[in-house]
Design a binder for this molecule. Structure first.
Ligand code: UDP
Length: 329
């Protein structure tokens, strides 16, 4: 029996696949390689290149393999891009999810762990954010993920497909040996951009907004290490395997870092000046996002190991220095 990881060539998927294989699991990967990298996929996984929205392709993979559970992390996930092109997000993230659930139902696969996001909450009503808080996304990316959660709920009700939705806060870091990490084109995320400035690949960092209602005026985010995040997917799959009921969990560190604080910490880790300037707000950005993650700890038994942002920056720096051009070495 195999576990299917969709998006297994992407940043989070490739590290999840790597951990699953280390644990002796048989892994099938589906990825259309639109943003993922073939080189990121562990050589012991079977990679099928194709699109989730292609029902015939999906049916073929599920027919050929014996899949017992799905970890679904294939998605578009860039907030500013989703503001400019919302339908691209609904098409890929939501249509792809419908096809995936239909295929699972058809092939009698009834367990799925999938990526959701802190962006489902929009502007929080209080900090830290708990799972039961109101969900009013401020951007189409968050809306596309909230829709997925709703579809999953009804798919459970109708077809008995149990799910775990993992609401990621800000994912960062790399495999500590520097062999797997973040490689987006174009890069839009804060930490990789900061580190590109540190290597001299970019001239300076622009900080989007210093007039938010936060201590230093810049946005506050909750950083979770990608290794801990990957481990949470595996725990969630085990939870479903043991009969756990459908549910959603925040994954964060419960500690907030402002954009300026993250920059300062990166200056210390890298020993580089990392020039920066203030720039206008980026549309769709909530002011502060910090997770309460007690539920994942209590119910899934999740114990983050990289519990301080310096360790996260260190691993990302190891990856950036050894892969200045990502996987295209
Ligand atoms: N950000 C920034 N400059 C950049 C990229 C990001 O100031 O070049 C800010 C962004 O406005 C947000 C924070 O960094 O406040 C985290 O953004 P990112 O895109 O990394 O993740 P998101 O929170 O959107 O998932």
């Amino acid at each position: 029996m195999s576990i299917l990881v969709t998006g297994g060539a992407g940043y989070i998927g490739s590290i999840t696949v790597d951990q699953l294989i280390t644990q002796g699991q048989d892994i099938v990967v589906i990825d259309n390689l639109s943003t993922g990298h073939r080189e990121a996929v562990n050589e012991n996984a079977r990679l099928y290149e194709g699109d989730l929205r292609d029902a015939e392709f999906m049916d073929n993979v599920f027919g050929k393999e014996t899949i017992e559970a799905v970890i679904h992390v294939a998605a578009f996930s860039i907030v500013p891009e989703s503001m400019k092109d919302p339908l691209k997000y609904f098409n890929n993230n939501d249509t792809g999810f419908v096809t995936l659930l239909e295929t699972m139902n058809h092939h009698d696969v009834r367990q799925i762990v999938f990526s959701s996001t802190a962006a489902v909450y929009g502007e929080p009503v209080h900090i830290p954010i708990t799972e039961a808080d109101p969900k009013i996304p401020t951007n189409p990316y968050g809306e596309s993920k909230l829709l997925m959660e709703k579809m999953a709920r009804w798919a459970d009700e109708a077809y008995g497909i149990r799910f775990v939705a993992l609401r990621y806060f800000n994912v960062a870091g790399a495999k500590p040996d520097g062999s797997i990490g973040e490689d987006h084109h174009p890069e839009t995320h804060l930490l990789p951009i900061i580190l590109q400035v540190a290597t001299g690949k970019r001239e300076k960092l622009q900080i989007f907004g210093d007039d938010y209602d936060t201590e230093d005026g810049t946005n506050v985010r909750d950083y979770v290490h990608v290794m801990d995040l990957a481990a949470a997917h595996i725990l969630a799959a085990k939870y479903l395997q043991n009969g756990g009921k459908s549910d959603a969990f925040n994954l964060g560190s419960a500690t907030g870092f402002s954009n300026l604080q993250l920059l300062q910490a990166a200056r210390q880790v890298t020993g580089q000046a990392i020039p920066s300037e203030m720039a206008p707000r980026r549309p769709g950005d909530p002011s502060t996002l910090i997770a309460a993650s007690d539920k994942a700890r209590e119910v899934l038994g999740w114990k983050p190991v990289f519990d301080d942002v310096t360790k996260t920056i260190e691993t990302a720096w190891t990856w950036t220095q050894s892969h200045p051009n990502g996987y295209q070495e």
